[in-house]
Design a protein around this ligand. Structure first.
Ligand code: NAP
Length: 498
């Protein structure tokens, strides 16, 4: 079925203002896919369009390739300022230059008489598309019918998904018998965008360089990180939920681990604006487990069927396993803290200061107290420090005392010093009276606090070690397999370099 759209389901989107940029991107795209959309409306003027198409006419097409021409008008969310006649003339020329398909938006197609599209586009395949950059309207099925009636042999529905539930409705279109390209747009639609091919969509779009629609992932990510073209009904789906979630390195780390262990599994970032919206997607998407980040680590507890006693005591869950329709909560931040420190220091009997009294501080305090450390808590709100210290049988310390106190380890469990405010330090050099400083932050890898410590001859541990430790423990809980540490570390370090 897919052959005439190229053998790849993943369609690289080429969009540049100059012909030379389009040529460069097309060649880049061909390293990853044989299906490419050319956004001719992005070209600055008629001269650039003519120059690019002249080049295309001479281009030697690799076997099995499908080129789609698009010249979207401003009215339909594109950049082409001309009228329908000019638009169709450009698309016709693109077909004569080697494109096998032309994508015409419904707004243009509806202005033509019956059979007009076929006459004007000649031998090219006709794709008729509907875009809505504001919302996903009701009755999407009716839209699909209208696209078919307008002359599309393949129809495309691209709508802004403001919720995950919206994206499920768009995805459902892909299972229809007619050839539908389902494009859930927006960040909440991103997991569905990645799963669209698995759901039966004829294509999934991914830009080579410039994003042409909201919530896209790059062609490189779509192909190499998420392996969207290889996912099938047996693929186990995992993810991370949070708001925001776009910065999370967990997808890079966990997908690399799945590949290293040869598993048919994928890990997706879910932007969750409402927990119930995500919970409703667990069954339809077949989600087998997920990671929980800000702001849901506490809130998720209310929705669990079952919670690990330690996670319940900490009062935060960062890992969920879905089994037999029930959801079970765990806390692996706890394990992450221990994995980060155990290799560097004998914990039992050590005196540890935790700076901060939030969620990460709680996990650290429970982990360290249970490992036999004498735990001290200092926070900018002393009452919170006192409450946490009481929970773990530790001691609350006022900031003013820090210059006179000695510890084996000082843990920063606040976001102070995190990118982009990397020039800040939660503590001053004179307050670092210890053998080891552990900064829970991993962006940047060497924080200001760690630099102050090194200057005083104190050893340091980066939050990267905790991030890896908690992620490895998650992988092991979900899969029952040993986590590939070196691969996961490399994936995170590579992502941090970008
Ligand atoms: P949280 O629940 O919001 O707690 C943050 C704590 O830091 C609170 O006690 C807060 O005090 C305090 N704080 C914030 N800004 C401060 C400042 N400028 N000076 C002094 N104290 C400050 O956040 P969280 O979930 O614990 O996360 C804390 C940090 O750990 C974040 O940067 C997060 O990215 C990182 N983290 C890393 C890992 C890892 O794997 N490496 C895992 C989890 C978290 P108030 O209560 O007074 O606001």
């Amino acid at each position: 079925m897919r052959s005439s759209l190229g053998k790849d389901g993943i369609c690289g989107v080429v969009a540049a203002v100059e012909a030379r940029g389009m040529q460069k991107q097309l060649q880049q795209a061909l390293r990853l896919t044989r299906t490419v959309e050319l956004r001719l409306d992005w070209l600055r003027d008629d001269r650039q369009v003519a120059r690019f198409l002249a080049w295309l006419r001479r281009f030697k097409f690799p076997a099995g390739m499908a080129l789609l021409a698009t010249c979207r008008r401003i009215e339909a969310g594109g950049k082409f300022a001309g009228g329908v006649v000019d638009q169709l003339a450009i698309l016709r020329l693109a077909i004569e230059c080697g494109c096998s398909w032309a994508d015409v938006e419904i707004e243009s197609a509806q202005r033509l008489r019956a059979g007009g599209l076929r006459r004007l586009l000649g031998p090219g395949g006709r794709m008729v598309s509907y875009h809505n950059f504001v919302r996903t309207p009701r009755k999407l099925e009716t839209r699909v019918k209208r696209l078919e009636q307008a002359g599309g042999t393949v129809v495309k529905v691209a709508t802004q998904c403001n919720t995950i539930a919206d994206s499920l409705r768009v995805l459902k279109l892909a299972s229809r018998k007619v050839r539908v390209i389902a494009v859930p747009m927006g960040e909440a639609g991103l997991p569905a965008r990645i799963l669209a091919l698995r759901a039966g969509s004829a294509l999934a779009y991914a830009p080579v360089e410039n994003a042409t629609a909201p919530g896209q992932v790059s062609l490189e990510e779509m192909k190499r990180v998420y392996r969207a073209g290889e996912l099938n009904a047996r693929t186990r789906v995992y993810g991370v939920i949070g708001n925001p979630v776009g910065h999370s390195l967990s997808p890079r780390m966990q997908n690399a681990a799945f590949v290293a262990r040869g598993m048919n599994a994928v890990f997706l970032p879910f932007l969750v604006r409402e927990l119930r919206d995500f919970l409703g997607a667990i069954r339809p998407l077949g989600i087998a487990g997920f990671s929980v980040t800000i702001p849901y680590k506490r809130l998720i507890l209310r929705f669990l069927d079952d919670c690990d006693p330690l996670a319940a005591e900490i009062g935060a869950v960062n890992t969920v396993i879905v089994h037999g329709g029930k959801i079970h909560g765990y806390n692996t931040d706890y394990v992450g803290v221990l994995r980060a420190l155990e290799r560097r220091i004998a914990l039992s009997g050590s005196r540890v200061l935790i700076f901060g009294a939030g969620g990460a501080a709680r996990a650290a305090a429970f982990a360290l107290a249970r490992s036999g450390c004498s735990v001290c808590i200092c926070a900018r709100r002393p009452a919170r420090a006192k409450a946490l210290a009481r929970k773990v049988g530790g001691e609350a310390i006022l900031r003013a005392r820090l210059r006179r106190e000695n510890f084996d380890v000082i843990v920063n469990a606040t976001p102070a010093g995190m990118y982009p405010r990397a020039d800040e330090s939660p503590l001053e050099a004179g307050e670092l009276n210890c053998r080891l400083v552990f900064d829970i932050i991993y962006r940047p890898l060497k924080t200001k606090l760690m630099q102050l410590a090194v200057r005083r001859g104190i050893e340091t541990v980066s939050g990267l070690e905790m991030f890896l430790g908690q992620g490895m423990a998650q992988f092991e809980l979900w899969t029952g397999k040993r986590a590939p540490e070196a691969v996961m570390r490399r994936a995170v370090l590579n992502a941090l370099k970008k």
